[in-house]
Design a binder for this molecule. Structure first.
Ligand code: ADP
Ligand code: ASP
Ligand code: MG
Length: 452
């Protein structure tokens, strides 16, 4: 039986020196935690994304100054910053020249090379924080481990190659003694040509689960700024309750539908290899958290409410759809060609409405509906695009066979303009598309009626 835990700390957990010290205390207190995956310090990735999108010289200088300020504040708190300061300075210079290049010609590959620098810096600083606490830590460039395809901004891991890399490079470090910790980056990988890739925003959770899988770890510990997974985002509903144990399927559903606390892909390796996932707060580890496992009981009808903002509703209508074959196939072929994954869908005789999810898109946050895609869709149908929408998902168990659910939901939502409902296709969720400005109220109303 493996005793190894892989711990992951998100952006707010490594935002500054005192937050990093709290993380260092958590990992040094647990001898099983030998691999630590970090995000960039809070705010850094957003700044780097802005730089990657191409800015004028003045704006670039301002953004880089903000990046520098966050890193500098951590450097300033170290007892001995000499070695790591040189490395951070080098990275800041590199960021500057990449940002210059992006202002001339931005590209997805350049974006990934730029935004990976945030994780590079946080991990270098964290190694020094650990060393100053007397812990043994080695820094590993995760790009030598996590192999991916070349889909910049949302790369897919190559599991076999990642396994080989881990066997060759990580396992020997773990085998050399029983107290050296490996500190490495979440979110990033490397394609077969040696170019940096990223797994999509929030992807560090996914990285941690991938590494846990190739290292045959006993669990993945996701340390964040909330003490577990709640019945809904506690920022929206302060009365939300912590869920102590939940199933992989339930957590995957919540993550897919926007519960930001876990990246949607995190559960893939966990399910595949049956690795329990813990979610807890790095600021309050004593508060415990949520354990996500294969088959915990009970499984309540209503589990949680997830919210995903920034949804786009595309309505395609074509009279030729009436009694015709192949229309949907055509539409899906076009979407697949543009690497767009459809989220929810409803159809009528002459139209089909689908929602697209911007939040699940590439690291750069680029628009999904490109002019080329719209032009191709317009060749087969009329196209209407609505934005400013949010998807509210009620996640639970056996929702399709539980009597009275539709009534309960519709009664609660009477006062709101619901644009689309998807109910019946999945036993585990009911999705409602609402105006973004009403989304928080819809979540609060549903939570009050179904959970409180
Ligand atoms: P990290 O930087 O550690 O990865 P994130 O900001 O990505 O942290 O995720 C944590 C946030 O997820 C919380 O602060 C919370 O606002 C949000 N969140 C959304 N839904 C939930 C939920 N159901 N339970 C807990 N947190 C949630
Ligand atoms: N730093 C990346 C982001 O902000 C990855 C992560 O935090 O998980 O999206
Ligand atoms: Mg996150």
């Amino acid at each position: 039986m493996s005793t190894l835990s892989v711990a992951k700390f998100g952006g707010t957990s490594v935002a500054n020196h005192s937050a990093m010290s709290a993380c260092a205390n958590i990992v040094t207190a647990d001898p099983n935690t030998r691999v630590v995956v970090l995000s960039a310090s809070a705010g850094i990735t957003n700044l780097l994304v802005a730089l990657a999108n191409g800015k004028d010289a003045e704006e670039r200088a301002k953004l880089i100054a903000e990046v520098r300020q966050i890193e500098e504040a951590i450097l300033a708190e170290l007892k001995d910053d000499s070695e790591v300061r040189t490395k951070i300075e080098e990275i800041l210079k590199h960021i500057e020249s990449l940002a210059d290049a992006a202002s001339v010609a931005a590209s997805p590959a350049l974006t990934d090379e730029l935004i990976c620098q945030g994780e590079m810096m946080s991990t270098l600083l964290f190694v020094q924080v650990l060393k100053e606490l007397g812990a043994k830590a080695v820094w590993v460039d995760v790009r030598t481990i996590v192999a991916t395809n070349s889909h910049f901004g949302k790369a897919a891991p190559d599991d076999e190659q990642t396994q080989k890399n881990s066997d060759a490079l990580l396992k020997p470090i773990l085998a050399q003694d029983n107290d050296t910790m490996i500190i490495t980056q979440g979110f990033i990988g490397r394609d077969p040509q040696g170019k940096t890739t990223t797994l999509g925003r929030g992807g560090s959770d996914y990285s941690a689960a991938l590494l846990a899988e190739v290292l045959n770890a006993k669990d993945v510990l996701i340390w964040t700024d909330v003490a577990g997974i709640y019945t809904t985002d506690p920022r929206i509903v302060p009365a939300a309750q912590r869920i102590d144990t939940m199933s992989f399927a339930e957590a995957a559903e919540m993550a897919t539908f926007g519960a930001k606390v876990l990246h949607p892909a995190t559960l893939l390796p966990a399910v595949r290899s049956n690795i329990p996932v813990f979610v807890g707060s790095s600021k309050a580890p004593q508060d415990g958290g949520t354990w996500v496992t294969k088959d915990p009981q009970p499984r309540p009808t209503f589990r949680a409410i997830a919210l995903r903002r920034d949804q786009t509703l595309v309505t395609l209508s074509s009279l030729s759809m009436l009694h015709a074959q192949g229309f949907l196939a055509n539409v899906f072929n076009i979407l697949a060609k543009h690497k767009i994954s459809v989220d929810t869908i409803t159809t009528s005789e002459v139209s089909v409405a689908l929602t697209l999810d911007k939040t699940g898109s590439a690291s750069s946050g680029a628009e999904m509906l490109s002019p080329e895609l719209l032009a191709e869709l317009r060749e087969v149908s009329s196209v209407k695009v609505d934005t400013g929408l949010s998807l509210v998902a009620l996640v639970g168990n056996d929702l399709h066979i539980t009597a009275g659910i539709a009534k309960q939901i519709f009664d609660t939502l009477e006062a709101y303009n619901v644009r689309m409902i998807s109910y019946g296709a999945s036993t585990n969720n009911i999705c409602m598309l609402v105006q973004s400005e009403q989304a928080d109220d819809v979540v609060r109303a549903l939570h009050l009626n179904l959970f409180e």
